[in-house]
Design a binder for this molecule. Structure first.
Ligand code: PBG
Length: 348
């Protein structure tokens, strides 16, 4: 499409075009470019995803995510203090359970003294102003790694039985002090069920950050290594295609978004972020609720991997990847780069 205002008046092949419009004029210096910059990444926009495990000692490195670790509750608290000090408003916590604590029913998801709730309480106590977000899904707790309970034949996830557990889980997390629960399971009707359960238990102020358009993406690989939900020995690749969205679909994402709005979501999330910028833009234009995007583990890993090979400039790619997500319309970004980006942008 050509916008009329940019056409050069009376341009004919005979004459040298009169360049009335020279867009390069405003790109001539750093100061000019700063002045006309349309998008900025602020520390206020960042949410840091963090992994926590039981036990003591040093954090364990996650091999496929350089710089990301599985914290103990102690080091998690220290890191949260540092993040709060940098001005990062929120953290999203993910538990990594020891294999012997997992079962087919994911029963530890409802354990009041379980890892995630102990972690939430410790962080809330140490950093009362930092928002704590927790994932509502069963994958860290199940031996099969699916986000829910399986049907009797074991071939699919049982939607309604799963939703009941998720709603109970959300109530437990809310009582432990999380500000936002984040259902990442993609079951039908879970946002509505969680909203009613929270309201019935008097937790009307706990919000829902809904993973509304979560795609069945190959970019989650390193995350599954981090929480150990990758696959059971000998089992086929963990296919979540019966509940997560097909990467080819856009209208279906739109429908998921509309359902979550109707069911009471407070913030809508798109995940992954970089490969789904069109969906972020679509949601931004269609809906007035805040929009979040999750720059997932694989997006993080690929920038690190290429930079290690000397094929990409690490910092520039990191910053450009975040800028693109913001420019597409995300108000906030969950990103494993959060801490270093906040550090490099100076004090809040
Ligand atoms: C599962 C969950 C996943 C991520 C967040 N929550 C992975 C999955 O659906 O298997 C992925 C995050 C990332 O890749 O960084 N409930």
């Amino acid at each position: 499409m050509v916008f009329e205002c940019y056409l050069i008046p009376k341009m004919t092949p005979k004459f040298k075009p009169e360049l009335v419009r020279r867009p390069r004029r405003l790109r001539r210096s750093v100061a000019l470019r700063r002045l006309i910059s349309e998008t900025v990444i602020r520390t206020d926009d960042l949410i840091a995803p963090l992994f926590v495990r039981d036990g003591t000692g040093q954090p364990e490195d996650v091999e496929s995510m350089p710089g990301v670790v599985r914290h103990t509750i102690d080091t998690l608290v220290e890191t949260c203090r540092a993040l709060a000090g940098l001005g990062i408003p929120a953290v999203a916590l993910f538990p990594c359970l020891a294999a012997q604590l997992k079962d087919a029913e994911g029963s530890r998801s409802l354990d009041e003294e379980g890892l995630i709730l102990r972690a939430v309480r410790a962080v809330r106590k140490a950093c009362p102003d930092l928002l704590v977000i927790t994932d509502i899904a069963l994958d860290p707790y199940t031996t099969h790694g699916h986000d829910g309970l399986l049907t009797a034949d074991g071939r699919d996830v049982d939607n309604d039985r799963t939703v009941e557990v998720l709603a109970r889980m959300a109530v437990l997390h809310a009582s432990a002090g999380v500000s936002l629960v984040a259902p990442s399971d993609m079951m039908d009707g879970r946002v509505g069920a969680i909203r009613s359960a929270l309201d019935e238990s008097g937790q009307t102020e706990t919000g829902i950050l809904a993973y509304s358009a979560k795609y069945a993406s190959a970019y989650y690989g390193p995350f599954r290594d981090a929480v150990g939900s990758a696959r059971v020995e000998g089992a086929p690749y963990l296919d979540k295609g019966t509940y997560q969205l097909n990467p080819s679909n856009r209208r279906e994402a739109r429908m998921e978004i509309e359902l979550d709005v109707r069911e009471g979501a407070d913030i809508l999330m798109i995940k992954p972020a970089g490969p789904y910028l069109d969906i972020i833009r679509e949601v931004r234009d269609a809906i007035d609720l805040p929009v979040a995007a999750y720059q997932v583990s694989g997006e993080y890993a690929q920038i690190h991997a290429a930079a290690r090979l000397g094929w990409l400039d690490y910092k520039r790619c990191r910053d450009e990847s975040l800028l693109a997500i913001k420019r597409a319309g995300a108000d906030m970004i969950l990103t494993y780069f959060a801490q270093e980006v906040a550090e490099s942008s100076g004090a809040p």
